[in-house]
Design a protein around this ligand. Sequence first.
Ligand code: BGP
Length: 478
Amino acid sequence: MEHKRLSPFPKDFLWGSASAAYQVEGAWDKDGKGPSVWDEFVRIPGTTFKETNGDVAVDHYHRYKEDVALMAEQGLKAYRFSIAWSRVLPTGRGEINEQGLQFYDDLIDELIAHNIKPVVTLYHWDIPQGLQDAYGGWESRQIIEDFTTYAAILFERFNGRVHHWVTLNEQNVFISHGYQLAYHPPGVSDEKRMYNANHNANLANASAINKFRELGTSGKIGPSFAYGPNYAIDAHPKNELAALNAEEFNANFWMDIYVWGEYPKAIFHWLEEQGWAPEILPGDTELLKKGKPDFMGVNYYRTMTNAFNPIDGVGHGKMNTTGEKGTSEEKGVPGLFKIQDNPYLEKTNWDWEIDPTGLRIGLRRIASRYRLPILITENGLGEYDSLTDDKEIHDEYRIDYLRQHSLAIQEAITDGVEMLGYCTWSFTDLLSWLNGYQKRYGFVYVDREENDEKELKRYKKDSFYWYQKTIKENGANL
Ligand code: BGP
């Protein structure tokens, strides 16, 4: 729909930016921190781009004051970061490591002192290795209790200072990459195990939300979901059906559970046919239904365009983690859908479609289906950047990307979607899990390379100033 004029962004709209512990902190074994599964996984040759790891990352653990000062200079209203579970509880349960917890306490105080609202993610993929070793992490129901206990420590400690909480970051990604595609720890490729681990994660998510309410914690809580809306390649009914399959399989399968406590019917039935459906025990559905979030957190990067895929059709295909354009392989789920190039969309060097209208479409779908407010917890452009001799970074391509996506949010607001905020990915450059340090997302350039940390100096990119102005004007002149 076309609007004669766009509605303004709400006055208290959270113009923010985001990060995750493993990708920025470094200090992987400092001050009592225990190892997480990522600390171990990155040591296995061939798992990451050029064997990169987060041992030092961008050293945010030691430089958080400098980073927060830059956020304040930019005028950021919110900063989303995650807490490393194994800093707080080195083996995942038992004694609290006070020094680890204190780091986050100090970071939160530093943000508040600069008028920046902390948005705290409880879990961004770094489950303590101790829990993986003890009972297989997400594969055991014991994770429900342990995650809830860990979450409760954070709710109690930061209640009143933190008003936006994110439970699990991209459950759909860490579960599928960890248990089906074997790109992430624990590197398993087994659908039956994957859907079981996923069901446990659903229960843990709901249980943490229930705990949040029981404790009377102030503020709002919700998951962050990696949502790539699905299109059909054309109006052929078989392709339309493929797009419907993809939307139910890749999106509703998670979001329906978060909001309604029920899996979508056709996909659950299909999983039963394959022998992959998770076991639903008495009490599960009740727990899931009770743990309804206050908002849907959305990580949006791209859309997917789908076509019919026969039962003996294409399956998993390799991802482009090198930044050599056009190296992703075709992929799909046999019998459900396969992903096609969308002739209308440009792609990044990592083959991700650039589609601001897709963001508006996604926001509209969520708002209508779930009737929840939406917080964009991630969105941004991963690209090569270059530092000029004058120590400047002219990332007009990123400004263009962020401007178009901000405009799509404003259009969605005008359509009637309730939007809480926009946390771009990312504030500083950081480690991309599988793509090393060369795939940059930040407003702040960090001078390091894959295997050379240099001095980790920070430089403001042109996009830093663009966002500064946009925040100041509350998005009035996009
Ligand atoms: C999301 C993750 C982030 C971040 C981002 C960019 O899936 O939540 O942690 O990494 O994607 O992805 P990538 O680093 O693969 O380019």
